[in-house]
Design a protein around this ligand. Structure first.
Ligand SMILES: [Zn+2]
Length: 304
């Protein structure tokens, strides 16, 4: 039996039927509505579930479900979304019980970046690596920690919220309520904002990426800045956790080649030499599916 996995993102809601080996049997996705209400979300999850069930042999084809959310996922069994910086309309919603009732199977809720870290550690870039850190660079920035082979979540599920590390004390206001968080300097929203501040009229980070690849100096500078901020935080994490690897995923990681040189040079400048040399800085291997695959893996571990 496979796992029904959902990855709730600020831009897209992805769904997949995932085999126990990690192979994706069928996948689907929908755009995340602008001000997504809890009712919209339940409807979308049910619709995606019905659609995928039809393609993989009916609802009984699923053993359990896993939902990756852009929010801390506390292990208290309640599944309440206490803080959702990129989809604030969902804040305070009770997600777990209604979804269990709607789908009629065990459901696990996991932080999306923790899920991505688990996915990459299971069958992706950090396979067989003991201690790794994942940063997902999407609409926001998520972080996941694998320490000695185990996901580390903390009692409130907020462990690894690396996107909300402060890099500019008086910087841009962040959706989390703080100011100057890494998320405001390395996410796709940040790339677009920086481009518009330079008068580029870009509608998306992909557009800025294309300009950078074609040699546009301002666009290239933006990705170097992204690398600088990611490098500052990575250096601190390397000193703190002495990881074997830091993995970058999410759509902005498509520009890894553009921001990695500056990221690496910041690490060399700032981190202690031995852990800096040890730590490999890589791009994830599972692409957009890391969160789905890792969430499914989490459900397999929890429910068997
Ligand atoms: Zn923040």
């Amino acid at each position: 039996m496979s796992i029904f996995a959902i990855d709730l993102g600020g831009t897209n809601i992805r769904a997949a039927a995932i085999e126990r080996s990690g192979v994706i049997l069928a996948a689907d996705q929908a755009k995340t509505p602008k001000s997504l209400t809890p009712d919209d979300l339940f409807d979308l999850i049910s619709k995606l579930h019905r659609g995928l069930a039809k393609r993989v042999g009916g609802k009984s084809a699923f053993a359990s479900a896993a939902i990756a959310v852009p929010a801390p996922a506390a292990e208290d069994g309640k599944g309440i979304l206490t803080k959702v910086p990129n989809i604030p309309s969902l804040e305070g919603m009770q997600l777990l019980r209604p979804v269990v009732e709607a789908l009629g199977m065990p459901v696990l809720i996991e932080n999306d970046a923790t899920a991505a870290a688990i996915g990459e550690n299971w069958i992706g870039a950090s396979r067989k690596v003991d201690t790794s850190i994942m940063l997902t660079l999407g609409t926001g920035i998520g972080g996941g920690l694998i320490i000695n082979g185990e996901a580390f979540r903390g009692p409130d599920g907020s462990a690894g919220e690396i996107g909300h590390f402060c890099v500019e004390p008086d910087g841009y206001a962040c959706g989390c309520g703080s100011r100057g968080c890494l998320e405001q300097y390395g996410s796709s929203q940040a790339v677009t904002r920086m481009a518009n501040e330079l008068g580029m009229n870009a509608e998306s980070s992909e557009e800025v990426y294309r300009l950078a690849v074609s040699g546009d100096r301002d666009a290239r500078w933006i990705f170097s800045e992204v690398g600088r901020y990611l490098g500052i935080v990575s250096a601190g994490l390397i000193n703190t956790l002495n990881p074997d690897m830091v993995v970058f995923g999410g759509k902005v990681a498509g520009a890894f080649g553009l921001f990695a040189p500056r990221l690496r040079s910041e690490i060399r400048k700032r981190a202690f030499p031995a852990p800096a040399v040890r730590c490999r800085i890589v791009k994830g291997k599972l692409g957009d599916h890391a969160g789905l695959i890792g969430a499914a893996r989490s459900a397999m571990i929890r429910f068997g």
